[in-house]
Design a protein around this ligand. Structure first.
Ligand code: NG6
Ligand code: CA
Length: 507
């Protein structure tokens, strides 16, 4: 008997030694994913901006790894975020375009998501900030006046504090753990994107009430909230409505509380900023400070937000064990709907850096975005990687870190690039499909843009769309600005890349 117990104990010891050796091999850092909105490749001083200074974000570059060829999947928000969360190319699924504020949740619940991978690894997961992936059951009008079923907490977040879509779309409210914050029984919230609800003034009928004018023809002239015309109509919820000037403060406070609360356990925080999306209406402390209009001021606010997070980690003494990723959901745009000085006070700032295009575009400016990784002690400080990586790859990369195997249907387009994301390997993807005004396929140095109809310059935003009736081919290694179309010189490469694109589509 004694012998048996001894043997069993020995066995237990061996197992626990094995387990701890395994855990030692696989680190479990806290992970904070900071997602800027519409921030361009040229908008940070660490990426070459000279007319604006972003010292806090630049610290991530100085103390971490800077990517020069990192991408969102798409030139707009919803599809890029869908890909980040699911590891599936968004164009494989219908209904993943820019969503209205009353859209249903588009993330399928039967598959792994980025946060559910963390949950499975024993992390506490939180989402703070912009959501824009829909809320509520499909084919049902969402009821804002009751707890939301199939909300943010259904896709793998233990805690969430978000706004539903974009700050230029109603409803202009916060939602905490799938409940509207500050909702009142006697002032129910109603939202409609087709017809007016309630009797509040609209930007269209009462431009004199606006503190921020809409740009001509951009819409943004439905219900006025906080002196700003929005997309969509809303009534009720007077006490629940946000004040634009406070949004960044509210979000960073929530992010800090989440970090503080979970400082002793591994946590994953999806921190999705409102800056620098329109309406750009930063708080008083930043207004007029950049000299570049409200867009520049919003960049300063974004930088300050990052600084708050860095300070918080230091104060808690957890900065070494926290991996920060900073990136943007799509490229930059100056005029996206409001006369906010982005164009008139540009002052020589170049939001694109060396790239062409911008938000919505098939050119590199649509999806090539700043991407920084800081993990002190593990990721080499001040390193630069030109590996081709995409946000869609994070889910497979973290699953790999945690030793999780993903089923074939989970994250089908995501590649494990953990070693690349942490700078141990300089190789990235060989191939990436990019979704802008046209589809593109990048293979090593070559970029093929599929023929597509449409204006060469988007009328409203003045962004070069990248569309052309004929196929285009660029050698990105020599021509990052996509100035010289080589399609007619290399018809065989055009053919090869077009075929690969078709094959990936058919998968
Ligand atoms: C566009 C809006 C733009 C912005 C964008 C979404 C118009 C004319 N333009 O439709 O202002 O809201 O949608 O941006 O309505 S994103 O970053 O969330 O994709
Ligand atoms: Ca965006």
């Amino acid at each position: 008997m004694k012998k048996l117990v001894k043997a069993a104990l020995l066995c237990l010891c061996v197992t626990s030694v094995q387990v701890s050796a395994q855990t030692a091999k696989k680190p479990r850092p806290n992970v904070i994913y900071i997602y800027a909105d519409d921030l361009g490749y040229g908008d940070l001083s660490s990426y070459g901006a000279t007319k604006i200074s972003t010292p806090n974000v630049d610290r991530l570059a100085k103390e971490g790894l800077k990517f020069t060829n990192a991408h969102s999947t798409s030139g707009t928000c919803t599809p890029s975020r869908y890909a980040l969360m699911t590891g599936q190319y968004p164009w494989r699924k219908k209904g993943t375009g820019i969503l209205p504020g009353d859209a249903a949740l588009i993330i399928p619940l039967e598959h792994k998501t980025l946060p559910s991978v963390f949950q499975k690894a024993g992390y506490k997961t939180g989402a703070v900030g912009k959501w824009h992936l829909g809320l509520g059951e499909a084919d049902q009008k969402i009821n804002w006046n009751a707890p939301i079923k199939k909300g943010v907490n259904s896709v793998g977040f233990d805690y969430s504090f978000v706004f539903p879509a974009t700050s230029d779309r109603v409803p202009t409210i916060f939602i905490e753990n799938d409940n509207v914050v500050g909702r009142e029984e006697n002032d129910p919230i109603e939202v409609d994107y087709k017809q007016p609800v309630g009797n509040e003034p609209t930007g269209k009928d009462h431009p004199e009430l606006l503190k921020l004018q809409s740009s001509p023809n951009h819409g943004h002239n439905n219900t006025i909230v906080n002196g700003i015309g929005r997309i969509g109509y809303m009534s009720g919820g007077k006490k629940a409505r946000w004040t634009d000037e406070e949004v960044a403060h509210v979000f960073v406070d929530r992010a800090e509380s989440f970090i503080e609360q979970h400082q002793k356990e591994p946590f994953f925080l999806y921190f999705s900023l409102n800056d620098i999306h329109v309406p750009r209406m930063p708080s008083t402390m930043f207004k007029g400070k950049s000299g570049l209009g409200l867009r520049g001021d919003a960049i300063l606010q974004l930088d300050w937000t990052v600084g708050r997070i860095l300070k918080k980690l230091e104060a808690l003494g957890i900065e070494k064990n926290t991996l920060i990723i900073f990136t943007s959901d799509n490229g930059p745009v100056l005029d996206d709907g409001y006369a906010d000085g982005a164009v008139t006070q540009l002052n020589g700032h170049n939001q694109l850096g060396p790239l062409r295009g911008g938000k919505y575009s098939a050119f590199e400016g649509g999806t090539r975005v700043p991407f920084l990784v800081r993990w002190p002690g593990t990721v080499k400080a001040g390193a630069v990687s030109d590996a081709l990586v995409c946000q869609i790859d994070l889910i497979a990369s973290f699953a790999n870190l945690f030793g999780q195997t993903l089923a074939k249907e989970d994250a089908p387009d995501s590649q494990n690039l953990f070693e690349t994301f942490t700078g141990k390997n300089l190789k990235g993807r060989q191939i990436l499909v990019q979704q802008g005004a046209a589809f593109s396929l990048v293979k090593e140095n070559w970029k093929y843009i599929e023929p597509a109809k449409g204006p060469k310059v988007e009328k409203l935003t003045n962004v070069e769309s990248g569309t052309n009736d004929d196929p285009q081919l660029y050698d990105l290694r020599k021509d990052i600005g996509e100035k010289t179309d080589l399609a007619s010189q290399h018809p065989e490469i055009v053919k090869e890349l077009a075929a690969i694109l078709q094959k990936i589509r058919d998968e």
